[in-house]
Design a protein around this ligand. Structure first.
Ligand code: SF4
Length: 456
């Protein structure tokens, strides 16, 4: 094994063959890579990734913590990636980043009546208009329309491409102002429900080992406008073709709670009854388990919550979801137990991606029943979606059903979700595009090595 050491203060990376050096408080961040990586390009990529702000901020966080254990090393800083640079075209405001209250204040500050704000709001979000150009703002007072066109922008995204999978799932690609690309997925369902899956970040810092997006690392947070516009655009582009878009899930690129300010704002805009008017029960925000942000979300938002669980022991979760090194399973679940005890008819959705030989044993199923005791919840078993470079193998359907049966016998409400949009890399965990810098592969616990693909 080769260990890579980073010294943030001096910007130095040292590669050493020593396997016995123990992480210390001063140098808490070690990543163990298979020695074979030294012989291929991925070492270079790993070193570049180690130099990137997302990972350096992880080391920085852990340095300042009291623990000297390497297990705390992988915590991304929540402040590191805030906003993209403001547009420089005369500092125009982006309307889709405003809640209705803020829009009203803005309209009044320019000398117009609040009623004009409502008319503008409806043209942005309602009545099948979903305006993206000023000439679509029909029926507005001329002076008001001129003021809006002089001081505001309607859109935050540029359409780039749309890809259709054989099962009807569509993946829409958008270019952002700074040239980065995000992906949004629309999933039609035969029960009259169509879901749009929105991204909240470009890439992701969490480095879940089964997720393609995680391998990108984090480029930046999306603004509230960039998040909202994905849902507006999906309705505008596809409503006629696939029927009304009824549900929103924040399960695209990124960890939504790593960008919680903009995510809560975007969710508020989406559920406004004069606008897009999604039911709060049908807007689901998913997290890998950022506990403080999860508490904040439950207190400030009435939208639904999903928690990506994916393991029944800390050992496995530490490996496949490094965020668990900071927020352990017991803390995550106890927080949910406490926070949900006072909420009426609110259930958290646990997502569980099934990885053959890793988290899909019948013992896992029995442990899962125990772990969720006392938490009002549903459990969603998700078929793993392979992608290039992934080391995991799908659990077969028969085993998923046996796993499901144990949960059901234990009193759990269980759903099973099979892959959608796989042939266009539009399925869960498949979004994004890898650059030359990639997140490092985490050390695989000895007993799981035989369950993984021999080479990736
Ligand atoms: S599963 Fe979600 S949180 Fe984890 S790396 Fe992928 S996008 Fe990020």
């Amino acid at each position: 094994m080769i260990r890579l050491w980073t010294m943030r203060r001096f910007g130095v990376i040292t590669v050493t063959n020593s396997a016995i050096i123990t992480p210390t408080a001063a140098f808490p961040g070690t990543l163990t890579l298979p020695s074979s990586t030294l012989r291929n390009h991925r070492l270079t990529n790993s070193i570049r990734f180690l130099q990137s702000p997302s990972l350096l901020s992880c080391f920085s966080s852990s340095s300042s913590s009291s623990s000297s254990s390497s297990s705390a090393a992988y915590l991304p800083s929540l402040d590191e990636f805030s906003q993209p640079k403001a547009r420089d075209d005369n500092q125009k405001v982006i309307l889709k980043g405003m809640t209705y209250g803020v829009l009203q204040e803005w309209v009044e500050s320019h000398g117009f009546r609040p009623g004009q704000a409502l008319m503008l709001w409806k043209r942005l979000y309602k009545d099948n208009i979903w305006a993206k150009d000023f000439d679509e703002l029909e029926g507005l007072n001329k002076d008001f329309k001129r003021m809006v066109s002089e001081h505001a922008e309607l859109g935050a995204l540029s359409f780039k491409d749309i890809r259709s999978a054989s099962d009807g799932t569509r993946k829409i690609l958008f270019t952002l102002d700074d040239g980065l690309v995000i992906e949004t997925v629309v999933i039609p369902c035969d029960r009259g429900r169509t879901t749009v899956c929105v991204s909240s970040q470009v890439g992701c810092a969490m480095n879940c080992q089964f997720c393609y997006t995680g391998r990108m690392g984090l480029k930046r947070n999306l603004t509230a406008a960039e998040i909202v516009e994905q849902a507006v655009y999906a309705r505008r582009l596809l409503s006629r073709e696939v029927g009304s878009i009824t549900n929103v899930v924040f399960m695209g690129m990124g960890e939504p709670f790593h960008n919680i300010e903009n995510v809560i704002k975007a969710a508020n805009i989406m559920v406004d009854e004069n606008g897009l008017h999604f039911s709060p029960r049908k807007v689901t925000v998913s997290t890998s388990g950022l506990v403080p942000q999860l508490k904040r979300f439950l207190r400030e938002s009435n939208c639904a919550l999903a928690v990506s669980l994916n393991a029944t022991t800390d050992e496995v979760r530490n490996w496949i979801m490094p965020i668990n090194r900071k927020y352990k399973l017991s803390l995550l679940l106890e927080t949910l137990r406490e926070e949900l005890s006072s909420r009426h008819k609110y259930k958290v959705l646990f997502e569980y991606v099934m990885l053959a030989g890793v988290n899909d044993s019948m013992d896992d199923a029995r442990r899962l029943v125990e772990l969720v005791q006392g938490i009002p919840c549903k459990i969603n078993l998700i078929q793993f979606n392979p992608h290039s470079g992934s080391q995991f193998i799908q659990t077969d359907e028969d085993k998923m059903i046996k796993f499901r049966n144990i949960l059901a016998e234990g009193g759990c409400t269980v759903l099973m979700r099979f892959s959608r949009g796989n042939d266009q890399m539009a399925a869960c965990g498949q979004l994004g595009m890898l650059g030359s810098v990639q997140a490092p592969v985490m050390r695989v616990p000895e007993q799981f090595r035989s369950s993984l693909r021999a080479s990736v």
